[in-house]
Design a protein. Structure first.
Length: 318
């Protein structure tokens, strides 16, 4: 498994599977070749329905600092969406933007296009999280002094393990837990970035193109179970099917449904040229922006809306 980008720092090495924190067997069908575009050395300016979002410059050359097409799709669709709650009963009343007055969590945020859009669109609070603290550094600097935006370190596997421990405690089973090992631990800066609080839940949880391995599906489902606030919280997940069997849409959706969610899926086709022209306002010092992608992508990204299921006026609990 190799990840590289053609930048001044040259090829950079991918840590071996033995430090991923997942079993070798789980990773057998999860190889991923990534051909990222070198991060822009200047800020990138986006606009969404009169809302301006400026991504801070990337600080290095790694997978977490790319601008992926899934994040552009997610931001564009969420900016256009309106909730069904009108400010008044008048037929011509403007509908509330999806971010307005919401506590928003972006997981695997990378450059945090969606989270920064939420912050500019009336969100009550925005929490930006990633497992790679190198991605958090420019975000921390850019949002310093803004009390509504927090930057946190977050491993999805922590939520999965917490669920497993809770289930064991109900059966009076207590184990000594070893620290989770993850391939991004090499870049952990505990002195700078606190962990996401284990008990926090949010009105809106967003992940754009964060599923690369089959072994990430169960942890992401755990995150949604724990972090999507009941009863009216919403999850927005953009996922890309890849030919390396790194993600299985039907299996993932079944796991969400078994967890008590209703799932709505939009599959495109998406007008990428139109999205770029409408929303990429400028890239100073460059001819244009090229979105990153992985090798062996299959079809269009899927845009998933995840909500808690209600039956007979009662929430479904699993």
């Amino acid at each position: 498994m190799d990840i590289y980008c053609d930048c001044e720092e040259g090829e950079f090495a991918w840590e071996p599977d033995s430090v991923c924190g997942w079993d070798e067997e789980d990773n057998a069908d999860c190889n991923m070749d990534v051909y990222p575009v070198p991060p822009t050395s200047s800020a990138v300016h986006f606009s969404f329905d009169k809302v301006s979002v400026i991504l801070p410059p990337a600080s290095g050359c790694n997978i977490s600092e790319q601008i992926w097409k899934g994040s552009l799709l997610c931001a564009a669709r969420m900016a256009a969406l309106r909730t069904a709650i009108a400010e008044t009963d008048a037929p011509d009343s403007p509908l509330k933007p999806m971010f307005l007055d919401k506590d928003v969590l972006e997981i695997g945020c990378g450059r945090a296009l969606v989270g920064l859009l939420a912050a500019q669109s009336g969100a009550r609070s925005v929490t930006l999280t990633d497992c790679d603290d190198r991605a958090l550094e420019p975000l921390q600097q850019a949002t310093a002094g803004n009390p509504m935006i927090r930057v946190r370190h977050f491993l999805w596997q922590e939520d999965q393990r917490e669920e497993e421990q809770e289930a064991e405690r109900t059966r009076n089973i207590f184990r000594v837990q070893e620290p989770l090992r993850h391939w991004r631990d090499a870049y952990r800066r505990e002195d700078l970035y606190a962990e996401l609080n284990a008990e926090e839940a949010f009105d809106l949880v967003v992940a754009s193109d964060c599923l690369y391995f089959t072994c990430q599906e169960a942890p992401l489902v755990s995150v949604l179970r724990r972090r999507v606030r009941r009863p009216h919280g919403v999850g927005i997940i953009v996922v890309q099917t890849r030919g390396n069997n790194g993600f299985h849409g039907v299996r993932f959706m079944k796991a969400l449904e078994e967890s008590g969610f209703d799932v709505h899926v939009s599959v495109g086709p998406w007008e990428w040229d139109g999205l770029m022209k409408r929303h990429v306002h400028s890239v100073p010092g460059q001819e244009g922006l090229t979105l990153s992608k992985t090798d062996h992508e299959v079809g269009e990204p899927m845009y998933m809306t995840v909500r808690w299921r209600c039956q007979g006026g009662q929430l479904t609990h699993h």
